[in-house]
Structure formats: structure tokens, C-alpha cells
Design a protein around this ligand. Structure first.
Ligand code: SF4
Length: 201
């Protein structure tokens, strides 16, 4: 699977589907990890830090909060990055939003254009555990009609994998600031700690 994944990653790196469809995305596609990863994190899309500076998933301010959460689980960032796969629903920076203060949310069409890359990553890496981060990634597993409060804080078994969703860790998210939602996040991190222990991850 390692060679097939490397080939897939090369194909993703030359992908221009969104540009050809007229979207103002800014490459390169951002993802990391190897075929032997036992856990996959799936985010929404890289931000300007990831795409413009570090070229690493979840390395901006939202990523710092995500790794603080993972630190509570017992995962240290460098080791986590070395052992696990990190990708997103759309892999290129979508550019700024209209106000210029944040990032544009990828459209449904961009999500569809990028979806078979994500499905191929899931198939080739075949992780035991998936952590969808944020609404867009959560919709891949639960559809569009479920509320975050019904999903965050629970552990699921989907297509033979353990799935533990987390909300988007953006500092701009009002959702994660609410005390009742912070309790759900702590419950989700508790599930991840149990999974880490039981699967020796
Ligand atoms: S976001 Fe996905 S589909 Fe769109 S250009 Fe980047 S890799 Fe291709």
C-alpha cells in the first residue's frame, strides 16, 4: 500500500480541479503521513499558515489548540505527526473570506471535487481510528442533518473503524467556548484516551 499511497499523493500534488472550476484556491495541497498510520485526522481545509509557510496540516493557531487537546490524550505533537496521517476534506487553502479576516469555507462543489482523494486516502491508509475535526469532516461520516451536540462527546463504529469526532478548534468558533460544549470536548478526549490505551496507539 505504501507505493500506492505515494503514487496517490503525487497525483494529489498536481491536482488542479478547483482552479479549473474557477475557484481561487491557493496550493499546494496539504496532507501528511504514511500508509502504516493507524489513526487518521481529517480536517476541513488548510489555512494560510499551513499553505503559505509550514506546509504541514494543523500548524496554524487552530492546530495549536488541536494539539493541546491531543496533549491531554497523551499524544505529543512531533510523535503524533510522525506516526499518524493528517488530511482534510479539501486539501488546498481556499483563500480569505469576504471580510479578509478569516478563511473562506470551501464550497460544496469543491468538497465534491476533492472527495475521491479523501476516499482513496482512507482506503489505502485503512486506519483503525478516524478523528474527523469540524463540521465538514463530520458530515463525511454522519451526513448533514446531525447536530454537533449529538456527535461530539460520543464514540462510533463506522465501516469497521472507531470514529471519535472533534469540533473545529478555531479560536473564532463560538461553539467551543460554551461550557456545556467544552464538557463534550472533554468527553471526546476521554474516548480518545481510552482508544489510545486499548489499542496501544
Ligand atoms: S482542493 Fe482538492 S480537488 Fe481542489 S485543487 Fe486542491 S487537491 Fe484538487
Amino acid at each position: 500500500m505504501e507505493d500506492e499511497l505515494k503514487l496517490l499523493q503525487k497525483q494529489i500534488m498536481t491536482c488542479q480541479r478547483c482552479l479549473l472550476a474557477g475557484y481561487p484556491i491557493q496550493g499546494p495541497p496539504i496532507f501528511s503521513g504514511n500508509a502504516d498510520a493507524r489513526l487518521m485526522v481529517i480536517g476541513q481545509a488548510p489555512g494560510r499558515v499551513e499553505a503559505g509557510q509550514t506546509l504541514k496540516p494543523f500548524s496554524g493557531s487552530a492546530g495549536k489548540r488541536l494539539f493541546r487537546w491531543f496533549g491531554q490524550v497523551g499524544w505529543e505533537e512531533d510523535d503524533f505527526r510522525a506516526r499518524f496521517y493528517m488530511s482534510s476534506v479539501t486539501k488546498c487553502f481556499p483563500g480569505p473570506n469576504k471580510s479578509g479576516r478569516g478563511d473562506r469555507a470551501p464550497s460544496r462543489k469543491e468538497q465534491r471535487l476533492c472527495s475521491d482523494w479523501l476516499e482513496a486516502e482512507l482506503m489505502l491508509v485503512d486506519p483503525e481510528v478516524v478523528v474527523p475535526v469540524g463540521k465538514m469532516a463530520i458530515e463525511r461520516f454522519f451526513g448533514r442533518n446531525r447536530k454537533l451536540v449529538d456527535i461530539i462527546g460520543a464514540r462510533f463504529q463506522i465501516d469497521g473503524r472507531i470514529v471519535v469526532p472533534l469540533p473545529h478548534p478555531s479560536g473564532a468558533s463560538a461553539w467551543i467556548q460554551k461550557p456545556e460544549h467544552q464538557a463534550l470536548i472533554q468527553r471526546a478526549l476521554g474516548h480518545l484516551a481510552e482508544v489510545r490505551e486499548s489499542l496501544d496507539l
